[in-house]
Design a protein around this ligand. Structure first.
Ligand SMILES: Cc1cc2nc3c(=O)[nH]c(=O)nc-3n(C[C@H](O)[C@H](O)[C@H](O)COP(=O)(O)OP(=O)(O)OC[C@H]3O[C@@H](n4cnc5c(N)ncnc54)[C@H](O)[C@@H]3O)c2cc1C
Length: 491
């Protein structure tokens, strides 16, 4: 019997993982990716010998045998990655004061109690929660017995999860008097669910959130390799404009340029808003979906300033939150008195010996300004990027005098870059923010009134992240197998 044909829109991590699972399920698969390479947000770029990472700080599942590790093995050979597990997650400094966020919860607790004894109750509450969540298993497994065991294991955690799921980072920050701890929890994504940071630290203390040397391209390259080795096809420079619907079923897609491709099923691993409201013209929505798109909070967009510096930052932390010498104006609505810098001294593949790639990151919700500026005034757009780069270089040189005059490369990515290269709605960095309102519940992967169509990726999984790409692709493929009476094969 002839295989059924699946078209997958988007070759980010979700599209690639879905491709792997659908190939195993026996579909002929073709991923349609508008860019010239796979990865979407999970990407990095190279300038004059320096590599600048856009995404990965950590990969949940890095530890053999721990949560998510077995699932990653289904889509690529994770054992080929070399993981770096730093002792330090971040150093926060301000007004001569300094606090370290250790990855190990016991060290973190000791450091914070030492530096902020007046906050002992809140510190113990946080470290106690991290310890508790480090015992929480997130893998339900496939068989009924595995699922029942998982549910039995979850029950003792329900009161804790219920209590903290209503709390945001910003609200928890108010429990602290020490200004640095207030900044750690309260600055940045203050609407983010407090459980997000507690889980992140729990994975870190378990050594299950390592950084893969080589960054995003290494992970993406290995998944793409697995997908192709299974016979999956990927076509680059293929932008989908419309999803073709015939008699209530997705029947194919229309590419920019007019080419029409037919399929038995269509899976969108692209931006959720563009999929539902542009490619499908908003014809297949429910009140629930409209409400989500009207009310859920998104992760913001960002300006990323990447610097290649001919200096050795070996003694510096991997991630530094500091104060610039003067306020940095990112755009007319966004001014920053803090500077978050990733110092890639732990990844030797990112810079020539003795040199270092640095990445400064600023969130902004003023994406429309950046997109319009690039479109309407290219000279001013470039000038603004140069201005921001110069301000960041001044701040970096003031903080690290050894770097003065040694910046060899400066590269600025704006929300317009994010939109152009990934198509994410409003340049969002990670889709839906996980908030008390959204919770962790997945959004529908199918749309009302439309058969043979499915959605995967960060826009159906609040909180986003690389694991959501795999898990949504896995869950949706199981559902497709059920819909088409095919056996489900994870491996
Ligand atoms: C700064 C930053 C830090 C992050 N840190 C981490 C981290 O440490 N750990 C972690 O797990 N996650 C992290 N993330 C989140 C993670 O990168 C994303 O959640 C994940 O990569 C999203 O994958 P996706 O496949 O769902 O979507 P995307 O990566 O957005 O992929 C969508 C793909 O679809 C393509 N596409 C869009 N529209 C079309 C169309 N019309 N036709 C054809 N193709 C189309 C795009 O080009 C893109 O390749 C981070 C993200 C950012 C931005």
């Amino acid at each position: 019997m002839k295989n059924k044909k699946a078209l997958i829109i988007g070759g980010g991590i979700a599209g690639l993982c879905t491709g792997v699972y659908l190939r195993r399920a026996g579909f002929d698969t073709e991923i349609l990716e508008m860019h010239t390479l796979a990865g979407g947000l999970a990407t990095a770029w190279t300038r004059k010998g320096y590599t600048f990472e856009n995404c990965v700080h950590w990969l949940v599942g890095s530890k053999p045998g721990a949560d998510m590790n077995a699932q990653w093995k289904e889509v690529f050979d994770i054992d080929r990655l070399l993981f770096h597990n730093d002792d330090v997650y971040e150093v926060i400094e301000k007004d001569g004061d300094r606090m370290t966020v250790f990855q190990n919860v016991d060290r973190l607790e000791r450091e914070w109690l030492d530096k902020a004894p007046g906050d002992a109750a809140a510190i113990r509450e946080f470290s106690g929660l991290v310890r508790k969540l480090s015992r929480f298993r997130t893998n339900p497994g496939d068989s009924l017995i595995d699922r029942l065991k998982f549910l039995a294991g979850v029950i003792p955690f329900l009161p804790t999860l219920g209590r903290y799921s209503k709390l945001t980072m910003g609200k928890f920050a108010l429990k602290f008097k020490h200004p640095l701890l207030r900044e750690f929890f309260g600055v940045g994504l203050s609407d983010l669910s407090f459980l997000a940071i507690a889980f992140a630290l729990a994975w870190m203390t378990n050594r299950n959130a390592g950084y893969p040397i080589g960054g995003s391209p290494i992970i993406i390259g290995l998944i793409e390799e697995r997908y192709k080795s299974l016979g999956g096809k990927i076509r680059f420079g293929a932008r989908v404009e419309k999803i073709v619907v015939e008699n209530g079923r997705a029947a194919g897609v229309l590419l920019a340029g007019g080419e029409r491709l037919s399929a038995d099923i269509v899976v969108s691993a692209a931006d959720g808003h563009a999929t539902i409201f542009d490619m499908l013209e908003g014809k297949y929505v429910s009140d629930k979906i409209n409400k989500i798109y009207a009310t859920y909070k998104r992760f913001p967009s960002y300006v990323q300033v990447s610097l290649g510096v001919a200096a050795d930052f070996k003694k510096e932390p991997p991630f530094l939150y500091t104060t610039p010498v003067k306020t940095i104006e990112i755009d007319p609505e966004t001014r920053r008195d803090s500077l978050s810098i990733r110092i890639f001294n732990f990844d030797p593949t990112f810079a020539p010996a003795g040199k270092t790639a640095l990445v400064a990151f600023f969130t902004t919700t003023n994406d429309e300004y950046w997109v319009a500026l690039r479109q309407n005034d290219r000279n001013k757009y470039e000038a603004e990027k140069s201005r921001i780069a110069a301000e960041v270089i001044t701040a970096v040189e003031a903080r690290f005098p050894a770097a003065a005059g040694k910046v060899e490369v400066a590269d600025v990515a704006t929300p317009a870059t994010v939109v152009r290269y990934t198509g994410n709605w409003r340049g969002s960095m990670e889709g839906w923010l996980m908030t008390p309102a959204s919770g962790i519940k997945q959004l529908p992967s199918v749309l009302p009134g439309l058969k043979n169509f499915y959605m995967v990726g960060q826009w159906i999984s609040p909180g986003g992240g690389l694991p959501s790409g795999l898990l949504t692709g896995r869950n949706v493929t199981r559902r497709i197998c059920k819909d088409f009476g095919l056996p489900w094969k994870a491996n």
